[in-house]
Design a protein around this ligand. Structure first.
Ligand SMILES: NC(=O)C1=CN([C@@H]2O[C@H](COP(=O)(O)OP(=O)(O)OC[C@H]3O[C@@H](n4cnc5c(N)ncnc54)[C@H](OP(=O)(O)O)[C@@H]3O)[C@@H](O)[C@H]2O)C=CC1
Ligand SMILES: CC(=O)N[C@@H](CCC(=O)OP(=O)(O)O)C(=O)O
Length: 339
């Protein structure tokens, strides 16, 4: 059995990891950490988890002794120093601390210096693109939720040079759990309910992450213009992407089918069928739809994920499976909840 620990387990992605790992046939949860609720059983604070392990303050010695893998589900900037104290434990970080190739980009967008970053052997944990490197990784930077939906939607088109990478317009919508379980006026029921609003316009920190990965696929400079929106639902991300093309819809569609032919979690929808966040709820599946706006030669791509599963904890479990040589779908085989 793989012995797994989670730090930040009382957050939304941490709780989702508990849900997934408890039913994973090859995993035993051996360590759960929380600052706020240390000393309590997890189910005392979150009855839905049905998990009676006692929460403790982070202790690197205990983690090193009791865990083969540690999931860090903390705000950006909080994992980096903690993780570097550990020995012999594989790390899957759900935040942004290990996602960037260039620590200068992280400093610019996240405002923190990552000292000694060049010595950290890390891999960007998007299995559909980096499976081979993830197999031998010691540290995985699990992708952000919006980047997961956007990169998967664009990868085949950029790989096969089917679209113009110079201006990619992304209009994305997220459920409120994407913001985590924090107390903030913006996320109060009366602020969010019956409302739809953009935020972090022209400055969202997922832009450099998308551009980093899309440039690797395309081999060219990629510019992403990204506007996220908050919608009154709990889970789900829908990204709608506009990009110029001089190719036919049939050619593009065939390239997508081929690219994702063997991917268990990525589903390319027949043209004319468009994805819904409802189809992914509680699952690790991604649905991608497309249409060509012929008057303007614009390809419109649409992708839907559950932000807490393929956008975070499910993808983290997928990465763990790869790192430990298990079938990639292990513990993630369930179908989405619908309706
Ligand atoms: N929510 C989502 O859909 C997604 C989130 N992510 C990323 O995953 C990470 C976790 O997100 P999420 O679960 O939503 O966040 P939450 O805010 O829900 O939870 C984070 C948890 O981390 C602990 N924590 C907070 N601050 C610190 C700190 N400074 N040091 C140590 N522990 C701290 C808290 O637990 P306690 O007080 O009990 O210690 C808290 O419950 C973030 O980096 C987020 O950006 C990535 C993709 C999607
Ligand atoms: C709705 C909402 O607020 N969503 C979050 C995305 C969470 C995420 O994936 O964040 P990290 O890259 O920091 O891990 C946001 O826009 O910041």
């Amino acid at each position: 059995m793989i012995r797994a620990g989670i730090i930040g387990v009382t957050g939304y992605t941490g709780l989702e990891l508990v849900r997934l790992l408890k039913s994973h046939p090859e995993v035993k949860i051996t360590y759960l950490s929380s600052r706020t609720y240390a000393g309590k059983k997890l189910e005392e604070v979150f009855p839905s988890t049905l998990e009676n392990s006692i929460l403790s303050e982070f202790d690197p010695e205990k983690v090193s002794k009791n865990c083969d893998v540690l999931f860090t589900a903390l705000p950006a900037g909080a994992s980096y120093d903690l993780v570097r104290e550990l020995k012999g434990v594989k790390i899957i970080d759900l935040g942004a601390d290990f996602r960037f190739d260039d620590p200068g980009v992280y400093r610019e967008w996240y405002g923190k210096e990552l000292s000694g970053y060049e010595n950290v052997k890390r891999v960007y944990g998007l299995p559909e693109l980096h499976r081979e490197e993830i197999k031998n990784a010691q540290v995985v930077g699990n992708p952000g939720c919006y980047p997961t939906s956007v990169i998967l939607a664009l990868a085949p088109a950029l790989k096969h040079n089917l679209v113009d990478p110079e201006t990619i317009l992304v209009d994305a919508k997220s459920g409120v759990s994407g913001a985590g379980r924090k107390e903030k006026v913006d996320y109060l029921f009366s602020e969010v309910n019956e409302s739809l609003r953009p935020y972090n316009v022209a400055k969202h920190r997922h832009v450099p992450e998308m551009e980093q990965e899309l440039e690797k696929i395309s081999g060219k400079k990629v510019n992403v213009v990204f506007t996220p929106h908050l919608v009154p639902m709990t889970r789900g991300i829908l990204s709608t992407i506009y990009v110029k093309t001089d190719k036919s819809l049939e050619e593009i569609y065939e390239a997508y089918l081929e690219f994702y032919r063997n991917e268990p979690f990525v589903h390319v929808l027949p043209t004319g069928i468009y994805p819904s966040t409802k189809w992914c709820y509680g699952s690790n599946h991604v649905f991608i739809g497309m249409q060509l706006e012929e008057r303007t030669n614009t390809l419109i791509l649409m992708s839907a994920i559950d932000n807490l599963v393929k956008g975070a904890s499910g993808q983290a479990v997928q990465n763990m499976n790869i790192m430990f040589g298990l079938a990639e779908t292990k513990g993630l085989e369930f179908t989405p909840i619908y309706p």
